[in-house]
Design a protein around this ligand. Structure first.
Ligand code: NCD
Ligand code: ZN
Length: 346
């Protein structure tokens, strides 16, 4: 029995492409299925200015294999020194679709992020004025706050004050991992959406820690308890337009993950659409997959829906995904859901 589902070509509203040899290796994995992606700026050094975003975009387009089409939507990394006028110019030229707020120290390459939120207020005001979206990594970095509570504390102590001070600013809560995140996104009627990753729909914290430590399931924000995963699945599959896909596919070479101090990040670019079809089918919500992966994101960003389509096919044999992608820097392990998946993109 073959079952198939055709949807508008999806977009990824949170993606790490890196640079150099890694960029070369992972870009086709995304471009094969996705038309556009919001490109995270946490390179070393970070993509802070419009000129840096332009140069990075050029490197991405140069790495795109012949015959593939892909539109990188560039993002500026917000620092306490970011110039509101540079941001406005990069937006006006059409280059930049968002600015990214990392609380300093929250995750991989976030040392240049924001410590004093008052210092970035002029940039946020300018963004609200010109309708430019703010993407937020929503975790506090205070060492006294338990890592499993950092998202909920961020919402209360940082996000809500930013929203109240600037209700006209368009915000995406990125890669939410908690019921608190879902509830907060739902409690706001305007200018607030949330992305959800593929892996947070599939794993909870037991997958990382029970029965031996699994470094390839470690990412930030870290996966939480099962009740939080269930809240994410409910939100993603509900059809609520405020929730859409941002894979946060974040490649690290295996030695950097399988280490005494392993890097955070799950690499899901290769099999995301197949895994999502599985998750949505389990919920009896295959008809909501197009909204989540292809429609709700463009609606938040005020962009057109892709004209192209992709078709997902379910067969009676489990799909074989590559275990690893080879890059010039070393192997990258592809996210393993831990169960057979029968879907694939045709
Ligand atoms: C990301 C990375 O590796 O750049 N890691 C991750 O666990 N998601 C950074 C991030 O988005 O937090
Ligand atoms: Zn990320």
């Amino acid at each position: 029995m073959t079952q198939s589902l055709t949807i508008a070509r999806p977009d990824d509203w949170h993606l790490h492409l890196r640079d150099g040899a890694m960029l070369q290796a992972v870009l086709p994995e995304t471009a094969r299925h996705f038309q556009r992606a919001i490109i995270m700026p946490n390179l070393v050094p970070p993509v802070v200015t419009g000129a840096q975003a332009k140069a990075y975009k050029d490197r991405i387009m140069a790495a795109l294999p012949d015959g593939m089409s892909f539109d990188p939507l560039m993002v500026l990394y917000l620092t306490e020194d970011t110039d509101p006028e540079d941001v406005a110019a990069a937006h006006a030229s059409g280059l930049v679709k968002a600015v990214k707020l990392y609380p300093a120290g929250a995750t991989t390459n976030s040392a240049s992020g924001v410590k004093d939120f008052d210092k970035v207020r002029p940039v946020l005001d300018k963004m609200a004025e010109i309708g430019l979206n703010l993407c937020i990594h929503g975790e506090v970095t205070n060492h006294e706050v338990d890592i499993f509570d950092r998202e909920a504390v961020f919402i209360e102590t940082v996000l809500d004050p930013i929203r109240k001070a600037n209700p006209d600013l368009k915000v995406v809560m990125e890669h939410i991992t908690t019921k608190d995140g879902v509830d907060y996104a739902k409690s706001n009627e305007k200018n607030l959406s949330a992305t959800i990753t593929t892996h947070h729909l599939i794993i909870n914290r037991n997958h990382i820690l029970a029965g031996g430590i699994k470094p390839h399931y470690y990412c930030l924000p870290v996966a939480k308890r099962e009740n939080h995963r269930l809240a994410l699945v409910e939100a993603a599959t509900s059809g609520d337009k405020r929730f859409f896909l941002g894979t946060d596919s974040a490649p690290h070479v295996d030695p950097a993950k399988e280490s005494g101090c392993g890097c955070a990040g799950c690499f899901t670019a290769t099999n995301t659409m197949a895994l999502l079809a599985h998750v949505f089918e389990e919920e009896g919500a295959l008809d909501k997959l197009e909204g989540f992966a292809s429609l709700n994101g463009p609606a938040h960003y005020g962009l057109p829906v892709n004209q192209d389509k992709i078709t997902l096919v379910k067969s009676d044999k489990p799909t074989v995904f590559p275990a690893k992608i080879e890059s010039g820097d070393g192997p990258v392990t592809v996210f393993d859901p831990g169960y057979p998946v029968y879907w694939d993109v045709k």
